[in-house]
Design a protein around this ligand. Structure first.
Ligand code: 4AD
Ligand code: MG
Length: 477
């Protein structure tokens, strides 16, 4: 007998075929109707038990969460909500799930509760839908770049440099933590460590990607990155995935064009390929919205938001213009912002980014030309001497989803910057070599993968879009 996935079966014509299917029980009603799911789709397959001839002891084992193999005939369904069902002729129980202890019962569980059961939460509709969309989105990302002449580059995970210069790194060491070797100044002697120097988990693959862009032309990385920032927010993880394209000869305008085209393309891909899951997630989100006070509810549905992003141009605004808008905004004048915008040079917080996107422009925004001193060392200095060719893409509900820039390609300017920031030039000798040998204008950006999954699935907390979230005080599983 041929074994099928539920996704395949639900598309088959009910021709009376004998079929076999494996999956987990979602519900079992009236000792007759098993709703089976195998993860291939959000939809369950209804399996009808011939209970006159059924083995009662066996039926007792058919409880939510049990793994079954069901064989039978595929027939047209009498019930609502599905076109086909299986008239079961044989049931094999792979494994039972004791209803007394199995935590994922057929009722509404809170997302917080499910975070404590991260190893089982993917058996719920919400998490299976999110994780299928996450998978499709990563495929879309590779497809976009592969179809547009980019090469996939694997940046190292262990590095000796701090690309962002923010000092938020996890050290990688084999030294004895209790009794590390010390040098004559009493400092830990990292020359005795595994790599003979201090090393960390990477915060970004950008610097290495730049070296590859300066030979292969167009490259992208897509890998895990790590930040030891103590941010307990709904948009920060200590371990997250980042996509970093880097393109030789692109200036900031071309970089913005690429970011916008890329983002629209991957969202369209998910709209085209994840219809069932998105419809489910749209329903979930609108139920969640109903629990909020009227004035906090989103006016758009999930699919509405996705289509809106694909169909409209992102608004490009300089940092200086944005500061003017924010300074004169109602929440600033009425002191509603937690951080008031007083002068040019202020770093923007998520509340400001969201005001610009959600209240002022009502569309995705690309902010560019930020003050040099709130951005990383590698960004190209503008003629004004005080702003850099930086860009952040801001999204509704998320805030910053992409951060990027045109890179400083002039050796002396970069050296001055490194010196001014007290970065050890010796650590970056190889990065500076790019400016010594065949330097050229080049640009790139980083997309936070989980923030994009959040946007596409409508999930409010970043912990719910990655299988096993790593956050301060939390590395279970
Ligand atoms: O703005 P960031 O720090 O930029 C870079 O790392 C550059 N090297 C990128 C480049 O130009 N190649 O990070 C890029 C994006 C952010 O816009 C955000 O979406 C995401 O990465 N991000 C995080 N996502 C989840 N948790 C965190 N702690 C994040 N930090 C940044
Ligand atoms: Mg940033």
């Amino acid at each position: 007998m041929k074994s099928y996935s539920i996704k395949e079966l639900l598309k088959k014509q009910p021709v009376g075929d004998s079929v076999e299917v494996n999956g987990w029980v979602k519900t079992f009603r009236s000792n007759r109707f098993i709703a089976l799911n195998d993860g291939s789709t959000i939809h369950n397959l209804q399996c009808v038990v011939d209970f006159e001839n059924a083995d009662e002891a066996l039926l007792k084992q058919v409880t939510t969460g049990a793994a079954l193999k069901i064989s039978g005939t595929l027939v047209e369904s009498q019930g609502k909500g599905q076109t086909v069902e299986i008239q079961a002729t044989a049931i094999f129980v792979h494994g039972t799930a004791d209803p007394e202890t199995y935590p994922i019962q057929p009722k509404k569980h809170s997302l917080e509760f499910l975070r404590e059961k991260a190893h089982l939460r993917v058996r719920t509709n919400t998490f299976s839908a999110v994780m299928r969309v996450r998978s499709a989105l990563s495929f879309a990302i590779h497809s976009y770049f592969q179809q547009h002449g980019f090469y996939y580059m694997h940046a190292p995970i262990i590095t000796g440099s701090d690309a962002e210069g923010a000092g938020e790194m996890f050290r990688v060491s084999t030294l004895d933590a209790k009794k590390p070797p010390v040098d004559e100044n009493g400092e830990v002697d990292f020359t005795e460590d595994f790599f003979g120097k201090e090393t960390n988990l990477t915060v970004s693959g950008q610097l290495e990607a730049e070296t590859y862009a300066m030979a292969l032309g167009k490259v992208y990385t897509f890998g895990p990155t790590f930040r030891a920032e103590n941010s307990n927010t709904s948009r920060h993880l200590a371990e997250f995935w980042m996509i970093e394209p880097e393109v030789a000869f692109n200036d900031l305008d071309a970089n913005m064009d690429l970011a916008e085209d890329f983002i629209k393309w991957i969202i369209q891909y998910v709209l085209d390929h994840c219809k069932d899951d998105l419809e489910f997630l749209e329903g979930r989100l609108s139920d969640e919205e109903k629990t909020k006070p009227q004035n906090e509810r989103s006016e758009m549905t999930l699919l509405g938001k996705l289509k809106f992003v694909v169909e409209n141009n992102f608004k490009r605004v300089s940092y200086t213009e944005a500061i003017d808008i924010l300074r004169n905004s109602n929440p600033n004048k009425k002191k509603k912002f937690q951080y008031l915008i007083e002068e040019w040079g202020a770093d923007l917080q998520s509340e400001h980014e969201r005001y610009l996107v959600e209240k002022h422009f009502k569309c995705p925004v690309i902010l560019f030309d930020y003050p040099a001193n709130i951005k990383a060392f590698y960004m190209r200095l503008n003629e004004d001497g005080k702003t850099v060719r930086a860009m952040d893409v801001l999204f509704p509900g998320i805030g910053e989803i992409v951060g990027g820039s045109q890179r400083e390609e002039r050796l002396e300017v970069l050296q001055q910057k490194i010196k001014a920031l007290d970065i050890d030039e010796k650590e970056l000798w190889w990065y500076l070599d790019l400016r010594r040998f065949g330097t050229a204008v080049h640009s790139g950006f980083g997309l936070g993968f989980e923030r994009m999954v959040q946007f596409v699935t409508g999930m409010g907390n970043i912990r719910d879009v990655i299988p096993y979230p790593r956050t301060p005080q939390n590395a279970e599983f």
